[in-house]
Write a protein of this length. Structure first.
Lengths: 116, 284
């Protein structure tokens, strides 16, 4: 599945709410799609909020291997790629049984994973 | 009981002030007097300890009297960091300083407060977005420890001060302490100091996951050439990276302190950019 970030978000790539638009697509299609090709068109995002909400929170639910297998980040500027890695690694550290169960149960509240 | 506090209420005088704190908490006296008349220097370490101790005494229904420092600067500092406000003390010269994180007692994680702390850090040093996010998570984990690990229903006390070229942040809880939590799971732990040292190692936790908060912060402090002190039980460990040679100092308290205090001193450094190293791994 191809997702053109600029097409979906336009210039709205800053806030958590805006990141949630992408997260929602990924979460809803996670089991259906083999792979997500996320094309950034070399757009600089540089927002920890957006990237954390869109992709970081997926790392509370899935393993590093799953994420690598499913997500392909294309045309991403080096700064954003570094930021993405920082965030994903930090979120992977936070992952535990509670966050994984919450993901499975789909218990999401205001963008935060709540304990099951 | 009258507790005449020393001129300096700082990490360096922790043996004495923690002793006072324990004495006040276990005292059978109905009235405890906290006399800061002679105090000329108090840091966030002293403030959270004093606030927690007074709160404990009040919850034990002891009568508490508090004598303010005579030193005007110290008196104004306490006012500016919200100490008077915390206890609703009358305060004519109250002027809240925005460069500080006001004294607070937390019953649960407060993400806004963490953001505020990182904002104060960010004012002092240039951090990458990634490091800001990572530090935020580390601070959240420290606070989660204070609630979960400490088994303290009294929450934790937090405040921070931006002063000249230094930021001081202190988080304290009056729970069971690090040794009591780690000893049942890690048999190699022999005493409080050993438990503190172990708690800072990567992946050490009594939760199902975590154990990266203190480890991550210690690494940050190392790069920043700052100082991290952890006090719990009769143990005190100070990671001091300020001089040319990094060192870990050990001290044994004369009277065990029931609780845990984490004190950070971070250098203001706007010249360097702090970010997570590539060694952290690149998965994308």
């Amino acid at each position: 599945m191809k997702i053109d970030i600029q097409e979906v978000c336009g210039k709205k790539t800053v806030t958590r709410d805006e990141g949630q638009v992408i997260n929602k697509i990924l979460t809803e299609q996670w089991d259906k799609a083999d792979q997500f090709q996320l094309d950034f068109g070399n757009l600089l995002i540089a927002s920890v909020s957006f990237i954390d909400e869109a992709f970081g929170k997926l790392a509370l639910c899935h393993t590093s291997e799953d994420l690598q297998q499913k997500l392909v980040f294309k045309n991403m500027v080096p700064y954003d790629r570094k930021l993405l890695n920082d965030i994903i690694i930090s979120r992977l550290r936070q992952q535990n049984i509670e966050t994984r169960n919450a993901c499975r149960s789909g218990l999401r509240k205001n963008g935060e994973i709540s304990a099951a | 009981m009258v507790l005449k506090y020393p001129r300096r209420i700082v990490v360096a005088t922790s043996n004495r002030v923690l002793n006072y704190s324990q004495q006040a908490r276990v005292s059978q006296d109905n009235q405890i007097i906290f006399d800061l008349g002679n105090t000329t220097e108090i840091t966030p370490f002293g403030i959270v300890l004093l606030a927690g101790t007074i709160s404990e005494c009040l919850s034990q229904r002891k009568k508490v009297r508090y004598y303010r420092p005579r030193n005007l600067q110290t008196k104004n500092f306490l006012s500016g960091i919200g100490f008077n406000n915390f206890f609703r003390l009358p305060d004519e010269n109250q002027k809240i300083e925005s460069s500080h994180v006001q004294l607070r007692r937390l019953d649960s994680i407060d993400y806004l407060l963490t953001e505020q702390i990182v904002e104060v850090f960010n004012f002092a040093i240039t951090m990458s977005e990634g490091l800001q996010g990572s530090l935020t998570m580390a601070i959240n984990e420290i606070m989660t420890n204070a609630f979960d690990h400490s088994e303290s229903a009294k929450g934790c006390y937090v405040c921070a001060q931006a002063y000249l070229k230094l930021i001081r942040l202190c988080v304290a809880d009056f729970g069971v302490g690090i040794y009591a939590k780690l000893a049942p799971k890690y048999s190699q732990v022999q005493d409080s100091y050993g438990a503190i040292k172990l708690a800072v190692k990567e992946g050490i936790t009594t939760r199902q996951s975590g154990g990266f908060g203190l480890w991550h912060i210690q690494r940050f402090i190392e790069v920043n050439k700052g100082q991290m002190s952890i006090l719990s039980g009769d143990g005190k460990a100070v990671w001091d990276y300020r001089g040319p040679r990094a060192r870990l100092r050990k001290q044994t308290m004369s009277l065990p302190f029931v609780g845990t205090i984490i004190n950070l001193e971070i250098n203001v450094d706007r010249e360097s950019i702090y970010f997570l190293t590539d060694g952290e791994g690149q998965i994308f």
